[in-house]
Design a protein around this ligand. Structure first.
Ligand SMILES: Cc1cc2nc3c(=O)[nH]c(=O)nc-3n(C[C@H](O)[C@H](O)[C@H](O)COP(=O)(O)O)c2cc1C
Ligand SMILES: [Fe+2]
Ligand SMILES: [Fe+2]
Length: 398
């Protein structure tokens, strides 16, 4: 996509990445893609804000060359050193040898460690301003949104916030760059939640601090490094992020994430009966086969729902391994204080429920009595499973 003017003198020069299968080497984005949004400000001084992944370096340069010769750049602002925003930096250093690289003090040693770059590098302080001519940039520390060195950059005249990872989302841009032009907002909101829970959720405390810090600043456009630019309704993404960040410590809305795995169909038969019971109550319900679904898609449901049902057989005196993996990821992302229920089939020794409890021990999940069935479920067992699902869902209404 060609460069797009956001406000007079401010341009989006981002690139779409539709070929990376796994973001950060682990989160699936093959279907959705991602954008690396860079921004160019043309005033008396010329500034490039954030770069792109190394694999997208030449596409970024093409965008840049359409507007200016990189040798004319006065500054390159690096809000965050993660390589999805800095991978193209060596190219830039060579093509813009006179540009000064601006970043937080914590980023300076990281730039040397990751790229060996130490010259024409300047640390900027929290709150520091930089006159560009008619425009003025202000740098605001936003530690741990997403790494310790992270900052955001605010352009005071046009009130544009270049927020880097904050307020970003997965999803390559589909022609429309602005929220107001987007024909499929549910897609971007869903992908923003998935990005939030996969990438940012662990840092929900710092996200809330950053939102609080930004609340005193008039913002009319949020220009993140991934996903849509929020120009018509920046409050929408701000309030979504705030809502999601609060879920790290506050109760999640009533709803059930039903996780299941099954080798030979016995637990699956129970699962269908459990789901019938849950559905009867009208409680929101998501169902995931954990052996077939990457946790990147499961975590958003766990993050936003108060109840978790775990249906899995015993496997070698322990929990069916794909379920163990999913629960480990829930533990890693600190999905705390959920109401939980276990059901599953076993052959001789049991062991799955004990392991599910052990994996989630640090999460303060409250487990009800398990429904453990030996072998294939009888008709009575299936009826019991229905009651089990219904009772679990009703317990979330208390
Ligand atoms: C590889 C494998 C390992 C198993 N290990 C155990 C075990 O250690 N203890 C046990 O009680 N059952 C064990 N079982 C039996 C299963 O738990 C039992 O067949 C159950 O009905 C499978 O449920 P599913 O049809 O939902 O996969 C094992 C089965 C398989 C295939
Ligand atoms: Fe990041
Ligand atoms: Fe990023």
């Amino acid at each position: 996509m060609p460069a797009i003017s956001i406000r007079p003198g401010i341009y989006w020069i981002g690139v779409n990445d539709r070929t990376t299968d796994l973001f950060e080497g682990m989160w699936p984005i093959s279907q959705e893609g991602v954008s690396y949004n860079s921004y160019l400000i043309l005033d008396e001084k010329k500034v490039l804000i954030d770069l792109a992944h190394s694999g997208s370096g030449s596409a970024l340069l093409q965008q840049l060359y359409d507007l200016i010769d990189p040798t004319e750049l006065d500054y390159v602002v690096l809000n965050h050193l993660e390589p999805d925003h800095t991978g193209a930096i060596r190219l830039l250093r060579n093509l813009a040898p006179n540009a000064e690289f601006l970043m937080s003090a914590k980023a300076v040693p990281m730039l040397e460690a990751f790229y060996g770059i130490t010259e024409r590098v300047r640390a900027v302080a929290d709150g520091e301003e930089l006159r560009l001519g008619a425009k003025t940039l202000q740098f605001l520390a936003a530690p741990f949104v997403h790494w310790p060195e992270t900052m955001v950059t605010y352009e005071k005249e046009s009130k544009v916030l270049f927020s880097c990872d904050a307020f970003g989302g997965y999803g390559a841009l589909r022609g429309a760059v602005f929220d107001g032009d987007c024909a499929d907002m549910p897609f971007y909101e869903r992908e923003s939640l998935r990005y939030y829970v996969n990438i940012v959720a662990r840092f929900s405390g710092p996200v809330l601090k950053a939102i609080d810090k930004l609340s005193s600043i008039p913002i009319n456009t949020i220009a993140p490094s991934h996903g849509l630019i929020w120009r018509e309704d920046p409050d929408r993404i701000l309030s979504l992020y705030e809502q999601w960040a609060r879920l790290a410590t506050e109760p999640a809305p009533a709803g059930v994430t039903l996780l299941y795995g099954s080798m030979y169909g016995n637990t699956e038969a129970l699962m269908n009966a459990v789901a019938e019971g849950v559905s009867r109550t009208g409680m929101p319900l998501d169902i995931f086969d954990v052996a077939r679904t990457h946790s990147g898609y499961i975590l958003p449901s766990l993050w936003t729902k108060s109840g978790v049902l775990v249906g899995a057989p015993t496997y070698e005196v322990s929990l069916f391994p794909p379920m163990a993996q999913t629960l480990h990821m829930a533990e890693h992302k600190r999905i705390m204080r959920r109401k939980a229920g276990y059901f599953g089939s076993y052959g001789w020794s049991k062991g799955a429920f004990r392991e599910a409890q052990a994996i989630t021990a640090k999460l303060d999940w409250v487990w009800g009595d398990p429904l453990e069935v030996n072998g294939g479920p009888t008709r009575d067992a299936l009826r019991e499973a229905e009651r089990f699902g219904e009772a679990f869902a009703r317990s979330l209404m208390d």
